[in-house]
Write a protein that binds this ligand. Structure first.
Ligand SMILES: C[S@@+](CC[C@H](N)C(=O)[O-])C[C@H]1O[C@@H](n2cnc3c(N)ncnc32)[C@H](O)[C@@H]1O
Length: 212
């Protein structure tokens, strides 16, 4: 007799286990990134000549920003192949983020979305994405580098989860970006930080007088 498989209710335990990590934070499984907030975040990024993204993942941000040239990087084999296939107009690299960012130091806008949670990577997408240090190290190193870029008058953005203490304690300007749609009754939020006061450019051109 054929076995009838009942569809899981979207609120059942099994459904939650399949879609959310078990780290007490309840991250959504799948390739981590800005899938729910990329459009809203992109409004704060001016159109520029050279956009540099050292932790590009599946390119959720780079797909929606406007730039003459996009230079994207990710150490993960999966992300590297994905970016080559889906954003063919961009230059794609597979280097350590630090070495990559030094190589493309001539960029105008730098967007950093490092690893938010090691547990998320172990439970959700470790086999696809890359993680070689602690969250503390990622954010401390990125924030140190943003200081150097600020001295070079570059515009930088860094993202993290809504409670990211490294970004909150930093001297950067921050804003909480909420996803438009609700998921499981709540809205996903991303903390966006920048070395320049956050302005909604709506993808208009960065005027030279606005540059840092
Ligand atoms: C939070 S995800 C970025 C997601 C991306 N913003 C998106 O929305 O698709 C962080 C990314 O950093 C990459 N990564 C981690 N350590 C790295 C390193 N040392 N150098 C380069 N990339 C690294 C991971 O493979 C992962 O794709």
């Amino acid at each position: 007799m054929q076995k009838i498989v009942m569809p899981q209710k979207p609120t059942s335990r099994a459904w939650r286990k399949k879609h959310f990590t078990n780290d007490g934070i309840g991250h959504i499984r799948g390739y981590a990134g800005l899938v729910h907030t990329a459009n809203q975040i992109s409004e704060y990024i001016p159109k520029c000549h050279l956009f540099v993204e050292p932790f590009a993942g599946l390119g959720r941000i780079s797909k929606v920003v406007k730039a003459d040239i996009k230079i994207l990087n990710d150490k993960s084999d999966y992300a590297y192949a994905y970016l080559q296939k889906h954003i063919p107009e961009a230059v794609i690299c597979q280097m350590d983020w630090y070495e990559f960012t030094h190589r493309y130091i001539d960029g105008d806008v730098f967007f950093f979305d490092p690893v938010w949670s090691e547990i998320e990577y172990k439970e959700g997408c470790l086999e696809r994405s890359f993680c070689d240090r602690s969250v503390k190290e990622y954010y401390e190193q990125v924030l140190k580098f943003v200081k150097e870029l600020t001295e070079l008058e570059k515009l930088c953005f860094v993202t993290g989860n809504k409670n990211n203490s490294y970004l909150k304690k930093s001297s950067l300007y921050t804003i909480l970006i909420h996803a438009r749609q609700k998921i499981m009754g709540g809205r996903i939020s991303t903390l966006l930080a920048s070395n320049k006061p956050l302005t909604r450019y709506h993808q208009t051109e960065l005027q030279s007088s606005e540059k840092l």
